[in-house]
Structures are given as C-alpha cells and as structure tokens.
Design a protein around this ligand. Structure first.
Ligand code: SME
Length: 152
C-alpha cells in the first residue's frame, strides 16, 4: 500500500513541478525526483534524440555511464527509440542487446518520450535488483514521459 502511495505522490509532485513551476523546472529536477523517490531506481537518465543518435542529457546515480551516445537501434535504449515502445529487461545478462554501463545493474526499463508520434527522447532507469520493474512502474513512468514531452 505504502509503495503504491509513493507512485501516486511522486506523480503528483512531478505534475505540480511541471505545471505550476513550468519555466523553472528542468529535466534534471525530474530526474532527481525519480531517483530520490524509489530506492530500487539505481540510476536514472534522460536521453534526447539528435538525428539518428540518442544523446545523454540529465542523469543521477553513483557513476557516469560511458554510453553517452547510442545509435538508434542499438542496445536496449536504441531499440525502444526505434520501436517507440517501452522496454523492460528483467535480467540484463540474458538480453544480448544490452549495453553494459554498471557492473551492479540487474534489470532495466526504457520509456520512450513521444511527441506528435515521433520519439524525441527517453527515460532510462537501471536497477541493482533483478526484475525490479513491474506493471505499476511501466504505467507510472509512461505517464511521466507523457508529461515530459511538452518540456523537450
Ligand atoms: N543499458 C543501456 C545503455 C544505457 S545505460 O544503462 C545508462 C542499453 O542497453 O541501451
């Protein structure tokens, strides 16, 4: 129950940040709130589409990733950018598309940010816990991606 309240309250918090404080709220602020609200989110980043490449924008986590540019179609991130569909990887060691960033990562979710039917960016979250992302995470993060499309 407490866990579900966290999704609701985080969604409300981000909505208020983006609506009431529109001009002052940055993508970094949203990344920070996501990272701080869920312990299982070990690394949170936003990639932006520039031509046929994903370029890392704001991120929060213990370490920087070497994958600051990813071609559309490559890795889990590039696959989600190409299909426009959320990717959930329950065990990164079993997905041969996976581009490794952190030794501790066990699962990953990538949610495209779409505007006028085009993918303009994506939210990428790694977890140190296997199969960390359930249907509630997917629905919640798809709502956040929907809110963000107006801010990119
Ligand atoms: N694992 C991603 C690369 C990005 S890092 O997780 C930050 C992928 O396979 O596309």
């Amino acid at each position: 129950m407490v866990i579900f309240l966290n999704y609701k309250s985080t969604e409300k918090k981000i909505k208020e940040m983006l609506i009431k404080n529109k001009s002052a709220t940055t993508l970094q602020d949203v990344v920070d709130v996501l990272y701080e609200s869920f312990e299982k989110y070990s690394w949170v980043g936003i990639y932006l589409v520039k031509g046929d490449v994903l370029v890392l924008g704001p991120w929060k986590g213990e370490q920087v990733t070497e994958h600051t540019k990813i071609s559309i179609g490559k890795g889990v991130c590039g696959s989600a950018a190409r299909s426009g569909k959320t990717e959930v990887v329950n065990d990164v060691s079993k997905d041969n598309r996976y581009l490794s960033c952190f030794r501790s990562t066990r699962s990953e979710i990538v949610i495209p940010i779409t505007k006028n039917s085009r993918v303009i960016g994506e939210i990428d979250i790694d977890s140190d816990i296997p199969a960390a992302f359930n249907k509630t995470d997917t629905k919640f993060l798809e709502k956040i991606a929907d809110m963000l499309c107006q801010h990119i």
